[in-house]
Design a binder for this molecule. Structure first.
Ligand code: NDP
Ligand code: HSE
Length: 436
């Protein structure tokens, strides 16, 4: 059978990795897919750089639409990124009847509903394993491997840049800015690192996982997103003393009233495997009712780890593209007509535990007033630590760990505590998850 023909849009970091992996492993891939898979056409704004990567093995053009218009191309890979031209090209490729592979989590988290509907109507596949956690096959695991389960929750380190920054800050005591520059130099950060450090990239990825896990539309606009820019070194140290590490987690949970969808710095017990995931590595924990807890770990970024996922999608499509569209794995795991309109809960409705740091006057009765406010709102204290004040120092830090409570109640309690004249600085609040 003649090889399946692939057009590649954007041959930067992931595009080059994809081309190289496909070339290097073509014989094994052909044996697995049942026929060869060849990138025969590449579009990139920088045609000279593209030609340097592909040599004579593929036609190089500057205009991506030439690839989409080519009737010999069966699959289009979009590796340009962003919501702009990438969206236009993906929609045009679908309209032209091409299957699409993309690593573009931003595009799918924001416009996924429209894209999957267009693909369904046209009977083509949009595959996106590389969009979440790079080389870790988490989409496949959620959509197929765990399909027997009622998924209860997912929590993941799904942004390598921020995990690298937090790891370096904790282990080497380095400042945020210094480590961010290093992450950029190492190529982990997005073109705009704000997406990484403000939690947006992780928000995109957890939105996609949430849709697949719970059978709801992708709704990034409803996600609560906080990054790591406001995190202070003192809290990393106090957390450590209490037996916790701070990680930027993407979390989605099923509740009786709806679905939690959130990204924020989180205290995780140091003894959990996920707390020990360091550097730019990614890890995702999934809790299913039948399987229990499962953990997926690996490289979440980089040319070849991400290419591993892109090429896996190419093989899947090659195996499936002659199958009746109704018998393919649905894009979001649930059949398109079976998506539920379960609400995404606002952050005030989330149930979680908290770490609080209060800078207080070192006077009699201060602690009693603070714990009194928590008790009035039925917020139970799990642990409490007061820093011994230095000789002559009139203030100290009080650290409180709570049990699970409704975030709205916690916020009201914080407002009351903040109003006490003995509370001397803005109270630091970080969420805590036991992940047990
Ligand atoms: P790069 O910036 O390295 O590559 C993008 C390429 O697309 C560049 O060569 C760029 O050319 C080219 N390009 C831009 N506009 C056009 C256009 N209109 N037509 C054709 N080519 C164009 O990005 P990455 O490879 O890092 O990322 C690609 C996608 O993969 C993104 O969606 C990203 O979020 C995702 N991803 C990336 C990972 C990684 O580790 N890098 C991991 C997981 C996902 P020029 O440079 O000249 O502008
Ligand atoms: N900037 C992303 C990260 C790349 O740091 O994880 C992979 O999506």
């Amino acid at each position: 059978m003649k090889p399946i023909q692939v057009g590649l849009l954007g041959i930067g970091t992931v595009g080059s990795g994809t081309f190289n992996v496909l070339q290097r492993n073509q014989e094994e891939i052909r044996r697995r897919a049942g026929r060869g898979i060849q990138i025969t056409m590449v579009a990139d704004l920088d045609t000279a750089r593209a030609k340097a990567v592909v040599g004579d093995s593929a036609e190089v053009v500057a205009d991506a639409r030439q690839v989409i218009a080519n009737p010999n191309i069966d699959i289009v890979i979009e590796l340009i990124g962003g919501y702009g031209i990438a969206k236009t090209l993906v929609m045009e490729a679908i309209a032209a009847g091409k299957h699409v592979v993309t690593a573009n989590k931003a595009l799918l988290a924001v416009h996924g509903t429209e894209i999957f509907a267009a693909a369904h109507a046209k009977g083509v596949i949009v595959a996106f394993e590389a969009a979440v956690a790079g080389g870790i096959p988490i989409i496949k695991a959620l959509r197929e491997g765990l399909t027997a389960n009622r998924i209860e929750w997912i929590a993941g380190i799904i942004n390598g840049t921020t995990n690298f920054i937090l790891s370096e800050m904790r282990s080497k005591g380095l400042d945020f800015d210094v480590v961010l520059k290093e992450a950029q130099k190492l190529g982990y950060a997005e073109a705009d690192p704000t997406f990484d450090i403000e939690g947006v990239d992780a928000g995109h990825k957890v939105t996609i996982m949430s849709a697949i896990a719970f059978g709801v539309p992708v709704q990034f606009d409803k996600a609560h997103v906080e990054g790591i820019t406001k995190l202070q070194a003192a809290d990393i140290t106090y957390a450590e003393q209490l037996g916790y590490r701070i990680k930027l987690l993407g979390i989605t949970k099923r509740r009786d009233t709806g679905i939690e969808l959130r990204v924020h710095p989180t205290l995780v017990p140091s003894k959990r495997l996920i707390a020990n995931v360091e550097g730019a590595m990614n890890a995702v924990v999934v809790q299913g009712d039948a399987v229990g807890t499962t953990l997926y770990y690996g490289k979440g970024a980089g040319a070849e780890p991400t290419a591993s996922a892109v090429v896996a999608d190419l093989v899947d499509i090659t195996r499936l593209h002659t199958a009746d569209p109704d018998h393919r794995v649905p894009h979001l795991a649930f059949q398109p007509g079976q998506l539920a309109n379960t609400p995404i809960l606002g952050i005030e409705q989330v149930v979680t535990a908290f770490y609080l740091r209060l800078q207080v006057a070192d006077q009699a009765g201060v602690l009693a007033r603070i714990t009194g406010i928590l008790a009035e709102r039925d917020i139970s204290i799990d642990a409490l630590l007061q820093r011994e004040s230095a000789e002559g120092e009139a203030q100290t830090d009080v650290i409180i760990l709570t049990h699970d409570t409704i975030e709205g109640e916690m916020n009201k309690a914080i407002a009351q505590m903040q109003a006490l004249p003995t509370v001397l600085a803005p109270i630091v609040k970080i969420r805590k998850e036991e992940l047990s």
